[in-house]
Design a protein around this ligand. Structure first.
Ligand SMILES: Nc1ncnc2c1ncn2[C@@H]1O[C@H](COP(=O)(O)OP(=O)(O)OP(=O)(O)O)[C@@H](O)[C@H]1O
Length: 654
C-alpha cells in the first residue's frame, strides 16, 4: 500500500473512533458534530466585532499555532484549531460575500476535514463549503489543491472565494490552460491552488518526467547549460502532494478515471505516411459485417474476423516499409472501422477550422489539446478528410486512481456519490458521508415520457417547452450530444422560438448564457456542459412561474448524469421540475438493449405516457452500463498494478 494511503487511513480511523459509526455504505453525520457547530458559531460571532487588521492577526496567530503544532490538523486531537479556522473562514465569507454558512455547510466542513467524501445535494452550496477544509489545511503551508471537473468551474470557484482567502492572508492561484511552466509554478507556490482535476494530474506527470530526466543527467550539467545560456527543459512545478479537495468528486474520481492520463511527447520516430491511413480507410469501407468484422456497439469495440484478417493482410501496402515497425496493418484497418462505425461527428468529436477536436463524453467540453492514441486520432482524421497529424510517442502515463494515492489526504464533495460509494472506497479509500439539505427540496420529478421515434420525441419536447415558456417558466433542455443540441436548436429556430445554445461550439460566452438561463421564459439548449456544477439563478418572475424546468432529451449513460442535470433546478429550496424524454431510437437504448427498444416501440403512446415497467427497465439499463464501466476501471487498475510491479522488478534488477 502507498504510504500516503496509510496516513489517510489513520485520519479516517480517528474520525471513525470519534463518530463511532461503522464506515460502510453512506453514513449520516454524527450528532456530536452539532456541538462543534455551536462552538464555531459562537466564535464566529465574537470575530464579527473585530476590525480588519484584528481579524487578520487572529488568522496569523492560528497559522503560527498550527505550523508549530506540526503534523497538520487532526480532527480529534486539534479540534480547537478546527473550530477557530472554521470561525475565521465563516467571518471572512460573511465580509467578502455577505453569505453566512448554514449549519449543514459547517457540517460538511467537519466531514471534509476528516478526509472523506461529503454527499451534499446539488445546489446546496458546495463551492463555499470547500473553503472550510481548504483554509484549515492551508495553514499548514504545504499547499492545498482544489480540483473540479473543468476549467470553467474551477475559475468560477477561484474567483468566488479569492476575496475570502485574501481576507485571511492566504495566497491562491488558478491553473489556467496554456499557462507557462513559470505561471504554473507560481500558482503551485500559493497556499491554495485551483484547477481542473486533469491539470493537476498532467503537471504531476510532466514533473515526474523532468525529475527522471534530471536524475540521468551528468553532474553539473544544469549549471553548465545555464552558463552557456541554454534554456532548460520542463522544471518541476508542483511542490508536494499534500491535500486534495475534489469537487464533483464522482466526475473527477470515477467517470474521468475510466481512462488514464497519457502525456504525449514528440512525433514518433518512424512515422506512418498519411496515405496509409487513407488506404486503411478504403480497405475498411470495402469490408462487410459479419463476414469480415464484428461490431460490438455496447462495448465500443470492433474486431476483424479470421476471414477479414486474411483479406486485409493480403492487401498490405508494400510501399510502407516503416509500417511494420510501428503499427500492424490489421490494427490500422480496425481503427478505420472504429472511426467509421463508433465515432460520430458532433458526438465524440467536432471538426473546426480543419482540426479534429475531442469532446469529453462526461463533461460535454471540447478539448483541442487532446488526441486519441494508437493511431485512432489519425483514423478519424482520415475519415473526415482532414490533414493527418503525426502520431505522438507516449511520454508518461498514470491512472487517476494511482495519482490520487500520492496525496497525503484527499476529501471530496458531490451531489451524486450514492451508488458509487463502493468504488470510492475500493480505489481511493474514501468513505461517503451524507449531509442533510438546508431546506427541504421543492423540486418535482415528472414521469418519464417514452416515444416510438426520435421525431415524435422532439415534437413533444418542443411542445412542452413552448407551453412552459409561455407561462413564464425558464426551460433548460439537456442533450447528450452536440449533434442533438444542434438538431433541437434547428427545430426551435424553424418555429421562431428564441433560445440560447450552450454546447461548446457556440460563440457566445458560457457565463453569459448561464446568467440568462434563469430569467423567466428563457429557453436554453445545452449539452452536459451545463449538466454539472452550473448555478442557474432565478429571477422573481421565474420563481413565481414554477422555477426552472429541466428536460433531458435522451437516455444518459448513468443515473448520476440525470440527477446532476435535474439538480440545475430546485436549488436552495427554489421551486423547479425535471422530466426525462426517451425514444426507441435513442442510440444508447439501441446499442445496449434491443429488446427494450422493441418494448418502447410496442407500448408507445402518442402522449409519451410511459409504463412503470419501462421506466424501471431504463433505470436498470443505466445500471448495466455503469457496472460495465466499473469493471473496465477495475481491470485498468489491475493492469496498472501489474505494470508497476513489472517496472519495479526490472528497476531492482538493473
Ligand atoms: N450560505 C449561503 N447563503 C446564501 N446563499 C448561498 C449559501 N451557500 C450557497 N449559496 C448559493 O447557493 C447557490 C448554489 O451554490 P453552489 O453552486 O455552490 O451549489 P453546489 O452545491 O455546488 O451545486 P452543484 O451540485 O450543482 O455543483 C449559489 O448561488 C450560491 O451563491
Amino acid at each position: 500500500m502507498h504510504p500516503s494511503m496509510l496516513s489517510r487511513r489513520s485520519t479516517i480511523a480517528s474520525y471513525r473512533s470519534f463518530i463511532g459509526s461503522p464506515l460502510r455504505g453512506v453514513q449520516s453525520v454524527h450528532p456530536m458534530t452539532l456541538r462543534w457547530i455551536n462552538d464555531v458559531r459562537r466564535r464566529a460571532e465574537s470575530l464579527s466585532t473585530l476590525g480588519e487588521a484584528e481579524l487578520r492577526s487572529a488568522a496569523d496567530a492560528l497559522r503560527h499555532r498550527m505550523r508549530s503544532a506540526g503534523s497538520g490538523p487532526h480532527i480529534t486531537s486539534q479540534l480547537d484549531h478546527v473550530i477557530e479556522s472554521f470561525a475565521l473562514t465563516g467571518e471572512a465569507l460573511r465580509r467578502a460575500t455577505g453569505m453566512n454558512y448554514y449549519d449543514v455547510q459547517w457540517m460538511g466542513g467537519f466531514v471534509l476535514a476528516a478526509g472523506v467524501v461529503a454527499e451534499i445535494q446539488t445546489g446546496e452550496g458546495k463551492t463555499v463549503t470547500t473553503a472550510l477544509p481548504s483554509v484549515l489545511h492551508a495553514w499548514g503551508g504545504r499547499g492545498v489543491h482544489i480540483a473540479t471537473t473543468n476549467e470553467y468551474l474551477s475559475r468560477r470557484d477561484y474567483e468566488t472565494l479569492l476575496p475570502v482567502y485574501q481576507t485571511l492572508g492566504l495566497s491562491v492561484g488558478h491553473l489556467e490552460s496554456g499557462a507557462s511552466p513559470e505561471e504554473k509554478r507560481m500558482a503551485y507556490a500559493c497556499d491554495l491552488t485551483y484547477g481542473p482535476g486533469y491539470e493537476f494530474g498532467f503537471d504531476f506527470l510532466r514533473d515526474q518526467l523532468a525529475i527522471r530526466a534530471d536524475a540521468h543527467r551528468p553532474l553539473g550539467d544544469r549549471y553548465l547549460r545555464q552558463l552557456q545560456g541554454i534554456a532548460d527543459g520542463h522544471q518541476v512545478c508542483q511542490r508536494e502532494l499534500s491535500m486534495a479537495i475534489v469537487d464533483e468528486a464522482d466526475s473527477v474520481l470515477i467517470d474521468e478515471a475510466t481512462i488514464p492520463l497519457v502525456l504525449g511527447g514528440g512525433p514518433r520516430e518512424t512515422p506512418v505516411s498519411p496515405s496509409t491511413y487513407h488506404r486503411a480507410r478504403d480497405m475498411a469501407k470495402s469490408l462487410r459485417e459479419p463476414e469480415d468484422f464484428l461490431l460490438d456497439a455496447s462495448n465500443r469495440r470492433v474486431a476483424l474476423t479470421p476471414g477479414g484478417r486474411q483479406r486485409v493482410s493480403a492487401q498490405l501496402p508494400t510501399s510502407e516499409t516503416s509500417l511494420l515497425l510501428t503499427r500492424p496493418w490489421t490494427q490500422m484497418v480496425e481503427n478505420a472501422l472504429a472511426a467509421e462505425h463508433l465515432f460520430s461527428r458532433d458526438t465524440e468529436y467536432v471538426v473546426s477550422d480543419g482540426k479534429l477536436m475531442i469532446v469529453d463524453p462526461h463533461t460535454g467540453r471540447i478539448h483541442p489539446e487532446r488526441t486519441w492514441s494508437r493511431g485512432m486520432h489519425q483514423a478519424v482524421e482520415a475519415k473526415e478528410q482532414l490533414d493527418i497529424t503525426a502520431e505522438n510517442e507516449t511520454q508518461g502515463r498514470v491512472t487517476r486512481q494511482r495519482f490520487m494515492q500520492c496525496y497525503d489526504r484527499v476529501a471530496g464533495l458531490t451531489g451524486t456519490a450514492a451508488g458509487s460509494e463502493g468504488e470510492l472506497r475500493e480505489f481511493y479509500d474514501l468513505p461517503v458521508v451524507r449531509i442533510p439539505t438546508h431546506r427541504p427540496s421543492a423540486g418535482r420529478h415528472l414521469p418519464t415520457r417514452a416515444f416510438a421515434s426520435r421525431e415524435e420525441k422532439f415534437r413533444a419536447v418542443i411542445e412542452d417547452t413552448v407551453g412552459r415558456a409561455r407561462a413564464g417558466q425558464p426551460v433548460l433542455i439537456g442533450t447528450r450530444t452536440i449533434a442533438e443540441s444542434r438538431r433541437l436548436s434547428e427545430r426551435f429556430s424553424a418555429q421562431g422560438i428564441t433560445h440560447a445554445v450552450l454546447n461548446g461550439v457556440q460563440t457566445e460566452q458560457e457565463a453569459k448564457i448561464v446568467a440568462r438561463a434563469g430569467i423567466a421564459a428563457t429557453v436554453t439548449v445545452a449539452t452536459n456542459m451545463a449538466g454539472r456544477g452550473t448555478d442557474i439563478r432565478l429571477d422573481d418572475a421565474a420563481r413565481r412561474a414554477g422555477g426552472l424546468h429541466v428536460a433531458s432529451t435522451e437516455l444518459q449513460p448513468s443515473a448520476r448524469v440525470d440527477r446532476q442535470l435535474a439538480g440545475r433546478s430546485a436549488r436552495q429550496g427554489d421551486p423547479g421540475s425535471y422530466q426525462r424524454f426517451v425514444s426507441a431510437e435513442d442510440p444508447l437504448i439501441q446499442a445496449h438493449d434491443a429488446d427494450l427498444a422493441a418494448r418502447i416501440l410496442a407500448a408507445a403512446d402518442p402522449s409519451g405516457e410511459c409504463r412503470q415497467r419501462i421506466a424501471d427497465r431504463l433505470d436498470a439499463l443505466q445500471q448495466t452500463i455503469d457496472s460495465k464501466l466499473v469493471e473496465q476501471r477495475r481491470q485498468m487498475v489491475a493492469h496498472d498494478d501489474w505494470l508497476v510491479s513489472v517496472q519495479s522488478a526490472l528497476a531492482r534488477r538493473a
